[in-house]
Design a protein around this ligand. Structure first.
Ligand SMILES: NC(=O)c1ccc[n+]([C@@H]2O[C@H](COP(=O)([O-])OP(=O)(O)OC[C@H]3O[C@@H](n4cnc5c(N)ncnc54)[C@H](OP(=O)(O)O)[C@@H]3O)[C@@H](O)[C@H]2O)c1
Length: 274
């Protein structure tokens, strides 16, 4: 769906060249595109200058430091990019009267419950989740007209993601061990980008937007390779702890299609590009 025809807003996409950012470009084709080389969002004065100059009516921020394990080692960078910078963007949006759409994560929750609605209590268990939660809080502190979209397990054509990694491993190895004790909701960036347009027209607040359907990483991998083998998180230690259940429940808008359907489209598009 192309949104510009029905959305006469001047749109600025920050983080336009990331995995989600690329699909936002397609959903908002008239948008001004801003990449890392154009603006470092941790530079408060530069963010203010940039947004004052462009004077958008809608800012979509898809920029983030998304390396979950990297965040454990680069805590200051994680909090600067994911925690403080969204506040700089929000303050500038408030000044020019722009709506802000920002993306957050299922990792703001601890995974002790099996699913989470938008109003559930947050309790991140890794630095990435804590830094993203700070970003949510900074936005709410600085402005009113925001939409925070929490999403999970993104895959898309324009970035490193689980599906690509597992497909590569599957070709090189007899068996691919994949954790079966972390459960969540895979989400196609193209579906999320298109849904973003709808969220702009919804009331301010927090939204949980994912593809429909719940699975473990092992079940997800088994949907597109035939040599996946289940293992536990304990057998596969990582720097950052991950929540056991990070199932986001959307109580506010119509659901997106099932992840299996989205995955099928993704795999076709991926094949056609290669
Ligand atoms: N990927 C997931 O599974 C997932 C899950 C839940 C939520 N999310 C959220 O969804 C959003 C989009 O994620 P994504 O996977 O599309 O991210 P991505 O592919 O990693 O893209 C993030 C973009 O942000 C840019 N960036 C990083 N630091 C910056 C800075 N200081 N100033 C300006 N730009 C900067 C990066 O540029 P460089 O590459 O040049 O640094 C990159 O283009 C993020 O808010 C993320 O937290 C993602």
């Amino acid at each position: 769906m192309v949104v510009a025809a029905i959305t006469p807003l001047k749109v600025l996409i920050i983080g336009a060249y990331g995995m989600l950012g690329h699909d936002l470009q397609a959903a908002f084709p008239a948008a001004t595109l801003c990449g890392h080389q154009d603006l470092d969002i941790t530079d408060e004065a530069a963010v203010e200058r940039y947004i004052r100059r462009v004077r958008p009516a809608l800012v979509i921020n898809a920029a983030a430091y998304t390396d979950v394990d990297g965040c454990e080692e680069k805590r200051d960078l994680a909090f600067a990019v994911n925690g403080e910078a969204p506040g700089h963007i929000a303050a500038a949006c408030q000044e020019v009267g722009a709506i802000l759409v920002h993306y957050s994560t299922d990792y703001v929750f601890d995974g002790a419950k099996t699913s989470y609605v938008e109003s559930d209590k947050t309790n991140p268990i890794n630095v990435y989740g804590a830094s993203k939660l700070r970003g949510e809080e900074e936005i709410a502190r600085c402005m009113d007209d925001y939409r925070i979209i929490r999403t999970s397990w993104l895959f898309g054509l324009h970035g490193k993601n689980f599906v690509d990694t597992i497909l590569g491993l599957s070709q090189r190895m007899d068996q691919v061990r994949v954790v079966d004790d972390q459960v969540g909701k895979p989400t196609y960036t193209r579906d999320l980008a298109e849904k973003t347009a709808e969220i702009v027209g919804c009331p301010p607040g927090i939204y949980h937007i994912t593809n429909d359907g719940v699975c473990s990483w092992y079940e997800f991998a088994s949907a597109f390779i035939d040599n996946a083998v289940p293992c536990s998180s304990a057998e596969f230690p990582r720097k950052a702890k991950r929540p056991a259940y990070s199932v986001l429940v959307n109580t506010k808008t119509p659901p997106l299609r099932h992840w299996r359907e989205a995955l099928a489209d993704y795999l076709i598009e991926r094949r056609d590009r290669s």
